[in-house]
Write a protein of this length. Structure first.
Length: 260
């Protein structure tokens, strides 16, 4: 059995101190690791990262994260990454990590991703250099995700993203902003290699469940979508084709989203 806790879009700042910690007290009893799908901070200030690190200090399972667009806002993502890594938190960006859990090797490939849209309403790398740069970044992130997934030597694979790989989990957001919330190239990268689960955030008004064209389950774990601190997923046996989502534990009953 492998149990995974996942969240995204915590948007932590100094005034959020103490709001998440009470809901994580029993996390180690319920999950084997914690995955965070980006937007750990509000504007990418290392001070904000330090507050979050203190909030996560007593979580006794491995923590793996990707950064989100908020974490890049003030161009200090390197300092944020260094602070997180210094606290023992694994930050992925175009690379992966594996864990041996109850006799199963679990691999996680992570990348922030980027926008670009989905079939029928997607950007192309043609015209002005700014547009070519926008789409070029999306292509490069997707290529790095594919390479990271392919490099994993494991029994189970999870793709950890910030931007959405499918439009399913954006339902509820204005259609006009879909190109800024995700990109179909990420799903194509996942499907070319294969994965057991893809997790993302970013779409606060989106939907929780989706699937790639190749059948990989996709979950939007942004806290405003979950309406709880984290979601729990479980691969109960080697025969499970999709993860089972577990009921919210009792300590999350009184949780509410307070970050900005």
């Amino acid at each position: 059995m492998i149990r995974i806790a996942a969240m995204a879009d915590i948007h932590f700042g100094p005034d959020a101190a103490g709001t998440l910690k009470p809901h994580l007290v029993h996390l180690a009893e319920r999950a084997d690791l914690l995955l965070i799908a980006g937007d750990l901070t509000r504007v990418g200030d290392p001070v904000e990262a330090a507050v979050l690190i203190d909030e996560l200090r007593d979580v006794r399972v491995p923590i793996v994260v990707v950064l989100g667009n908020h974490d890049y806002h003030t161009d200090r993502e390197a300092a944020v990454t260094a602070a997180l890594a210094g606290a023992g938190i694994t930050v992925l960006e175009g690379n992966g990590i594996t864990f041996d859990i109850n006799g199963t090797r679990l691999g996680i490939a992570g990348v922030k991703g980027f926008g670009g849209g989905f079939p029928g309403a997607s950007a192309s790398d043609f015209g002005e250099p700014e547009m070519r740069a926008f789409v070029g970044h999306s292509k490069e992130r997707a290529a790095r995700l594919e390479a990271a997934l392919r490099d994993l030597e494991c029994d189970r694979r999870i793709a950890l993203l910030h931007y959405a790989p499918v439009p399913d989990t954006l339902q509820g957001e204005p259609v006009g902003i879909y190109p800024f919330l995700g990109c179909y190239l990420l799903a194509e990268a996942i499907d070319r290699v294969g994965a057991d689960l893809a997790l993302h955030g970013h779409a606060h008004h989106g939907s929780e469940q989706g699937v790639t064209a190749g059948g990989v389950p996709v979950r939007n774990v942004a806290q405003p979508v979950l309406r709880r601190a984290y979601a729990l997923f479980c691969f109960d046996s080697a025969d499970d084709q999709v993860p089972v989502e577990l009921p919210a534990p009792p300590e999350l009953a009184g949780w509410r989203y307070t970050a900005h």
